[in-house]
Design a protein around this ligand. Structure first.
Ligand code: HEC
Ligand code: HEC
Ligand code: HEC
Ligand code: HEC
Ligand code: HEC
Length: 456
């Protein structure tokens, strides 16, 4: 017991020294380790059962094996990197975050998931718990510094484990740890992923709330009950749920709608205002993989005879606004044709399945020819950032001149916020399973207005 404590105390100063040492990080860390330097998740799972089961359900355990990741890396990024010098770096670079063990072991490109290599472990337990700090001032592009081995980076002082040494490393409690992978700068120097940078400017960050508080909230328990672990009131739950969890999305954006009058009549204009709020995230919604997410506001009026009227949003007139209002026929993603050598590729529907006229809260990613793209590594410019910032509301108006045939009586107007992880036309074209482009309801709200009978 005494000996173990001494050993623990001995490693604490060591970890602090390492945290400030400039280890190989980012691209320079390619091939500097071997797979054997990292213990597989099954080893940790023997004692840390609850955490292991939670983590298995999280996307980070599937960051290399998930179908859409496999398709985007092997069928778009890798062939593109092999033919265009400007983007050659992504051949290894994608793996710095998605298959960090393969990257550090220099196993590039990794074999396909079906081959069962250790690339499949993705963002593993031992990877995160070997991170001692990051290089430079801004965390991005896998610039974490790893020191794998006997010592696991933790947060508590005075805890002991029969399986490993423990270093209490305050870096584990920072958003910067997450930022090393949740900020990405592409070959054009653009921030194509900026979840940590968005967080930095959020009211929540100013209040001291970090990523871990929302994505790994504390619960009373014991992280290793069968192995001599101690009960704590605040064991970090390894949930990490995000856009792949309908329950996390539900209500993350709130909407309320009202009209400028309580009665109207056919031929008269009524203005409905929908207020949309990012009420729960400390970053933009959508964040991260914003290039492929769709978040939109749909407004439908139903008259007393049950007839439906779809109301298009009123344009506000800002530059690049056309990208934020759904079109029935606008095409985009033409860079797939260049990447996959498809002659005369016209592109795919830009906004599928969003009904024409709906407002889309998005950040348009533009390829070197100015066309919208979902290839974040092929992004040379952005359109306007029309996403929902943390704890901010946006008002959208819908001016509606009631048609002659509207039935007198109550008209109910419903605003619905929808989410889709991946543009449907892209999913269909690349054969990505449907669950990835499913339309998910985030929230809705209704208001009503009385329509007077037409006189005479
Ligand atoms: C033989 C059992 C065993 C194995 C295997 C094991 N651990 Fe632990 N670990 C423990 C115990 C016991 C504790 C102390 C828990 C406590 O009392 O809070 C612990 C604590 C930790 C802590 C928390 C440190 C702190 O106090 O903040 C981390 C992080 C950790 N382990 C990571 C890992 C990782 C990663 C692996 C796999 C590479 C692993 N453990 C494998 C038993 C084990
Ligand atoms: C105040 C709570 C809160 C904090 C703090 C927070 N998040 Fe989130 N996060 C959410 C909510 C709610 C969602 C679901 C809505 C969404 O998808 O944006 C989410 C979603 C996500 C997603 C999925 C986003 C997408 O569009 O694919 C990622 C990735 C993520 N968070 C990472 C982070 C990281 C990294 C940090 C710290 C830099 C962080 N979060 C801080 C609440 C939070
Ligand atoms: C994405 C990085 C990441 C991954 C992957 C990860 N952890 Fe953690 N883990 C953390 C962070 C960060 C904390 C500390 C959070 C805090 O206290 O602020 C933590 C805390 C812990 C703790 C201490 C819990 C407590 O509060 O007493 C244990 C034990 C642990 N992790 C084990 C594991 C095991 C086992 C796995 C794999 C099944 C794993 N972790 C995967 C980042 C990660
Ligand atoms: C080593 C790189 C790495 C680190 C460090 C890391 N992440 Fe991730 N994270 C990823 C990757 C890659 C994905 C995408 C997984 C996928 O869907 O392929 C991801 C996905 C997620 C998601 C799920 C988003 C969704 O769409 O559902 C959340 C939430 C998240 N991370 C939060 C965190 C938090 C919080 C931290 C810090 C405690 C963190 N991550 C640290 C690489 C990392
Ligand atoms: C700097 C780290 C980093 C790099 C480099 C990186 N990614 Fe990611 N990737 C992430 C994170 C973090 C997420 C999750 C973001 C979110 O959910 O908002 C993600 C999400 C994804 C997704 C979407 C996952 C989903 O299920 O929705 C795909 C596909 C993907 N990445 C492929 C790639 C490819 C291909 C490359 C190389 C061109 C690449 N990534 C480079 C960190 C990275």
């Amino acid at each position: 017991m005494k000996k173990r404590l001494l050993a623990v105390m001995a490693v604490i100063p060591l970890a602090i020294v390492v945290a400030y040492a400039a280890g190989p990080a980012g691209n320079a860390a390619l091939g500097t380790r071997s797979y054997d330097d990292f213990e597989p998740n099954e080893v940790c799972a023997e004692c840390h059962t609850t955490i292991a089961r939670q983590y298995e359900q999280a996307m980070m355990s599937q960051s290399f094996t998930h179908h859409w990741d496999e398709i985007e890396y092997f069928e778009l990024a890798l062939p593109h990197a092999e033919k265009v010098a400007k983007v050659a770096g992504v051949k290894a670079g994608c793996n710095g975050c998605h298959a960090p063990l393969a990257f550090l072991a220099g196993d590039i490109p990794p074999k396909r998931p079906a081959e069962g290599t250790r690339a499949n472990e993705g963002v593993s337990c031992d990877l995160c718990h070997s991170i001692v700090g990051f290089e430079g001032d801004v965390p991005f592009n896998f610039n974490f510094i790893v020191e794998p081995g006997e010592v696991k980076q933790g947060v508590r002082t005075g805890t002991e484990s029969p399986g490993h040494e423990i270093a209490a490393n305050p870096f584990m409690m920072t958003s910067e740890l997450c930022g090393t992978c949740h900020n990405e700068k592409d070959p054009w120097g653009l921030w194509v992923k900026a979840t940590h940078l968005e967080w930095q400017k959020s009211p929540q960050a100013k209040a001291g709330i970090v990523c871990q508080d929302c994505h790994m909230p504390p619960a009373a328990g014991n992280s290793a009950p069968e192995a001599g672990g101690v009960d704590h009131p605040d064991v970090r739950q390894h949930l990490f749920h995000g856009a792949h969890d309908a329950g996390k999305l539900a209500g993350s954006v709130e909407v309320r709608i009202h009209s400028n009058a309580d009665r109207t009549k056919a031929g008269e204009e009524t203005v409905f205002t929908a207020t949309v709020v990012n009420a729960k995230a400390a970053h933009s919604i959508p964040s991260g993989s914003a290039e492929e997410r769709l978040l939109w506001l749909d407004v439908i009026a139903v008259d007393s005879a049950g007839r439906e009227y779809h109301l298009p949003v009123d344009p506000k007139g800002f530059e690049g606004e056309a990208w934020t209002i759904a079109s029935a026929d606008a095409l985009a993603y033409q860079d797939f044709g260049d990447i996959q050598d498809i002659e005369n590729f016209k592109g795919l529907l830009r906004d599928a399945p969003v009904p024409a006229g709906d407002r889309i809260f998005r950040l348009p990613y533009l390829d070197p020819e100015g066309r919208m793209t979902v290839a974040q590594w092929n992004t040379a410019a952005f359109g306007p950032d029309y996403r929902l910032a943390p704890l901010e509301a946006v008002n959208e108006t819908f001016s509606w001149t009631l048609p002659k045939h509207v039935a007198p009586g109550t008209v109910t107007v419903t605003a619905t916020v929808w989410y889709s992880k991946l543009v449907a036309s892209v999913a269909e074209f690349l054969g990505v399973p449907e669950e990835e482009s499913a339309q998910i309801k985030v929230s809705d709200h209704s208001t009503s207005i009385e329509v007077a009978p037409i006189a005479g």
